[in-house]
Design a protein around this ligand. Sequence first.
Ligand code: GAR
Length: 294
Amino acid sequence: MLKRLQQKWKVGATQLILIFCVFAITGTTTAYLSATARRWAGFTTDTFWLWKVLLSMVVLIFGYQVILLTVAFFFGQFSFFWNYEKKILTRVGWLRKPASAQSINMKQLTLFASGAGSNAREIIRYFKDSTTARVALIVCNKPGAGVIGIAEAEGIPVLMIEKERFFRGDGYVPELQRAGTDLIVLAGFLWKIPTALINAYPRAIINIHPALLPKFGGKGMYGQYVHESVLQAGELESGITIHYVDEHYDNGDVIFQTACPVLESDTPEQLAQRIHQLEHLHYPIVIRELVEKI
Ligand code: GAR
């Protein structure tokens, strides 16, 4: 249930605890404020019920919001709760939706994916209603890959690329620039990234790897091969690594890692499933945290 909340609110575990604290303190303070306001107004058990309801509503509607944002500020969660309030105000019609994505500096993500596309699907879903970033383009090198259907269903353009131009040409940089790409996200993309692309997007290309790098990385280490090697090596834990991309396979600076247990009874498929769950939970959050800094 906590994991679901994390996904819904798009936050990590520590932030979730801070959010709970903000709600708890705000609730208690509002209840105290409401009782104080009743005393201050001189209300007794004989006071007409409508006055009591009206006073409670004023405290709840205005007081709660102010207290919420104040407490959130002290917990370093102002932007989460301000966005939360904006959503509510937009829903009740007190705030207008932003005219366009560009007007609020929405960042453009380009996903490189050539597999089943489960990570791409989760990232697309995560950013669907986001005001921070959107998936502008999917780049794929494998006709018939599962990710193509996912992109089509979501109305996201797909750029099919071929080897010669990718490695010996311009790396498709003009197309990526035309899509307004701010961050390139590799999600199951197995070709090495050429220098032309790395130079055009310095520290703006990231990859996810289904193991705890530097172990079980490098050429030929992808998908099922990684999990088979982890099991063969008798590892007690595996995990995921999100890292910047450089000219070598699975080599750039690590941005995020988290582990999960490897069970003695695990098959590569079972381990893959556990790793995929970690990827789906964390990759979108890490991407959001990165684009917020761009
Ligand atoms: C993911 O597990 C990703 O970590 C891995 O490919 C899978 C793609 O799955 N990437 C690598 O192994 C890169 N070396 P998906 O197509 O379902 O997102």
